[in-house]
Design a protein around this ligand. Sequence first.
Ligand code: ISL
Length: 572
Amino acid sequence: MTAEQPDDAPWWTRAVVYQVYPRSFMDSDGDGVGDLGGVLRRLDHLTDLGVDVLWLSPVYRSPQADNGYDISDYTDVDPAFGTLAQLDELIAALHERGMKLVMDLVVNHTSDEHPWFAESRSAPDSPKRDWYWWRPPRAGMAPGQPGAEPTNWHSFFSGSTWELDEASGEYYLHLFDRKQPDLNWENPQVRHAVYEMMRWWLDRGVDGFRMDVINLISKDVGPGGELHDGPPIPGLPYGDATSSVVCGPRIHEFLQEMHREVYAGHRDRLLLVGEMPGVTVEEARLFTDPAREEVDMVFQFEHVQLDYDGSKFSPRPLRLTDLKASFGRWQAGLADVGWNSLYWDNHDQPRAVSRFGDDSPRHRRDSATCLATLLHLHRGTPYVYQGEELGMANAPFEHLDDFRDVESLNHYAQAVAHGEEPGAVLGALRRMSRDNARTPVQWDASPDAGFTTGTPWIAVNPDHAEWNAEAQREDPRSVLAHHRRLVALRHEDPVVALGDFTMLLPEHESVYAFTRSRGGVTLLVVCNVSGHEYRLAELLPEAGGADLVLGNLDVDDPAVLRPWEARVLRLP
Ligand code: ISL
């Protein structure tokens, strides 16, 4: 059970956010890479959907080792994406349409080509040496000797988190790729340089930040600068860094300081969302308690790891009861304090319809609309990832060279080097690679889906001949039209935005049901997350006689819940 929210709840409780991954959204200049000109050209699509906020993945200057999550200049736009003037144009165009722009903020690390890092690397006595994490080899070992890395940590992108700098004989820390050195947030100069940059963007008119891996900025470091080995990871010669880097000792202090230093004078118009791998619901309550002045909501990862069998690239089938238990805990945990963000998809996750739904021709449309209903009717702010509103599916990649993502390519190299069978590793990439989310948005049925007139940087999914925005725009049964209705429902009905959440049928293996209540009104949400039929009358007798507010199928027999059917009902 959750508490009701007062009507003066923040604006983002009623908002829906749409994520644009610019490289794959729309190319305006024919170089095969999406860009700001493309975003500007497709703004009508967002208006049509009715979303309130555009979250823009990074467009800053970057060598693109991780598609822009490796920044070499925080106050300029990468030429691949356009110009700063176009970004200003985007801010103005969105504001004119009553929408907001949330920028990605990547400050756990920079690119190794950022001038800060170049200076830091230039000499051990550089004034910026301490802006990053430099450490000598392990005691008694020579630089570069196997096992001489300062800690045993495994990088998110495979291999060690430490890269040797030959010139100084010291290592620098990179939790992600070696081209993404971690900033040292212990150093106040680093923090204030980041805050200054954030103020610069707010003064330019942006309406908030999606803060990349922000719960990794505080590392557990001893008084003498010691960092500690993590528990060994089975099957790998590395240890798990989690206890040293996830929600470290000063994380709340840093976010509160950021709040004081950056948001004054802007607060009410902003949306602040922290991306937080490994965050627990207890920590999330602290992060999102308004009284603590940290962030508005977090992206947690529990539900997108329920199909991991130990790790991302060894997937297993998801059990719906696990999903319910997880979402149920987050709904309850952030009921009276804090707020949830709701997502299936983003640029790091396989496509929801392929992963949690059924992308076979028979069930694709129904499962995509069912999943969308399920998500949008929870209490929290929903995030729609580009193409999700069209029911875009995983890519039919065949060969290793179809993949582009550094995480996938590094994983393949490491797994094969450790003796895994190449075909099996490739099979896991096909299911779980982030590239599944990164194929170009399917605008129409033309050869490159209307994304580009050139050669796309990653293959367009051939199913765009059937699955595209143009084909769906005027079709009231389309996945797109269903998303439009869900967004509108949140705007119109305060129960959807603010009502209490109560989980029903927690033990049922296929039917996901819950109520949302507020001010004497109760909505019953019933979703059949399977290809089987169920007798609704037996499962939830109270559904009989209720009015249909929104559904994804035409109901001929109200007592029967068809495969992948979703209904939102108003109880008498
Ligand atoms: O995608 C993941 C799940 O396997 C993570 O490893 C992911 O990298 C992690 O969720 C952090 O993501 C964010 O930071 C990364 C960047 O590559 C991702 O695109 C970004 O969303 C480093 O900046």
